[in-house]
Design a binder for this molecule. Sequence first.
Ligand code: ADP
Length: 486
Amino acid sequence: MKILFVSSEMNPLAATGGLGDVVGSLPRVLRQKGHDARVVLPLYRQIKQDYLEDLTFMRWAMIKLGWRTMYSGLFRLDLDGLPVYLIDNEFYFGHDNLYIDYSFDIERFSFFQRAVLETLGDEMDFEPDILHLNDWQTGMIPVILEAHYKSKDYHKNVNCVMTIHNLKYQGIHGREQIQDLFDLSDDYMSEGGILKDGVPNFLKTGIQYSNRVTTVSPNYAKEIMTDYFGEGLNGLLAAQGWKVSGILNGIDTESYNPETDAEIKTNYSPNAWKRGKGSCKKALQAELSLAQDAKTPLFVMVTRLVEQKGLDLLLHIVDELLEENVQLVVLGTGNQEYERRLAEAAGRHPDKMRALIKFDGKLARRMYSAGDLYLMPSLFEPCGLSQMIAMRYGTLPIVRQTGGLADTVQAYDKFNNTGTGFGFLNINAHELLYTAKEAISVYNSRPDAWNNMVQAAMLSDFSWDKSADEYIKLYEDIVKETYQID
Ligand code: ADP
């Protein structure tokens, strides 16, 4: 099968979070399984700078976008055998950041979606069976495909899978602008079309017009049908429930492998982790001028600093947590208020806490390898990759049992002394504190249980293998429907 992933992020070219990791790894696994998976994304400035010599120019065209006609270049890059197409336009993508501001982003990704469809087929020399769309930035593709191409007999056999990595961000904008940017007739401007509560909504449109919708964990697929998690789209998702499913994300287990990771101080394996992990911990403590004490539980957290990640819970109890004999290192960027409050907390506890306000993938690896416990008290979590990466490096996560966190972390069972992490149920800061204290107590007083848990966490299977098979099955179902094969 031929699958084209359409995305605003892809690791290692340009990423801000989990979406980039998924698009960086899943297409590769599909290729290993014999399918022709490729990716298309915007040619951001950083990609132009970092990969200039590897880029091959393919075509250019002028794209009509409302009253404007814009240049759209098409480049190709082979990333260790994976073909990646890049849409070039300086005005839209020649910036330092992937995302800029809300209303400009709407226009930028409107252009991107139109440019992708204009280059499909002849321009790219690739006519996919499946367009695999990701999040709001690609949500309008199925409707434009229908309105401007299929209706004129183009791309008749191209079908769409829409993956929701995060339901919170939907791409909502004024009716006139969107109708104009996409050149859509009035027929589409209704609640049964692209509108949600009277305004165009990209993600809603993607759900409405795609052949199948997936979310990134089975539990989140159920949660989004409810008022609390549904972000206003639960009614639509439930009504179209037949086409919605949850497929758990994997992580790149080759890249995130403590046995081979070149970024960490000492490599280690599930069967012999103690010395190596201890050495990584000591190295991080030294790097951050924390006491080099092997026995002090080290809590780490690597995250976007946004409300979703449960930072209010942490900030509420951080002083109480740090009354314990523990160390805490947080790495993240995002909301300035959280950046400030974390830096202040670190300032109040200079001998126990560090707040590192930046994006640093190498430091993240040093933290995953050095930590004893990983904090992830998310309010909601479509899948979450960090907790899986942490477990792979033998750092036990403390999670709120929601979304993909509930699917991936086996919460500590105090009767059998088993688990791959610790969990709590309610959005309650003291439940987080209580669970953290329970984890500290297991660490300090039940070394056998702890060691078994670390080993079980490291041996958990977070590879893409099973999930990739589920995606292939989904693509096959759609292709069968298209050609009406039983
Ligand atoms: P989300 O996609 O909601 O941000 P995930 O847990 O799915 O959360 O994925 C986050 C990914 O981004 C992980 O690989 C994590 O290590 C990485 N990450 C997040 N913030 C940072 C940071 N400040 N520095 C380095 N890596 C980060």
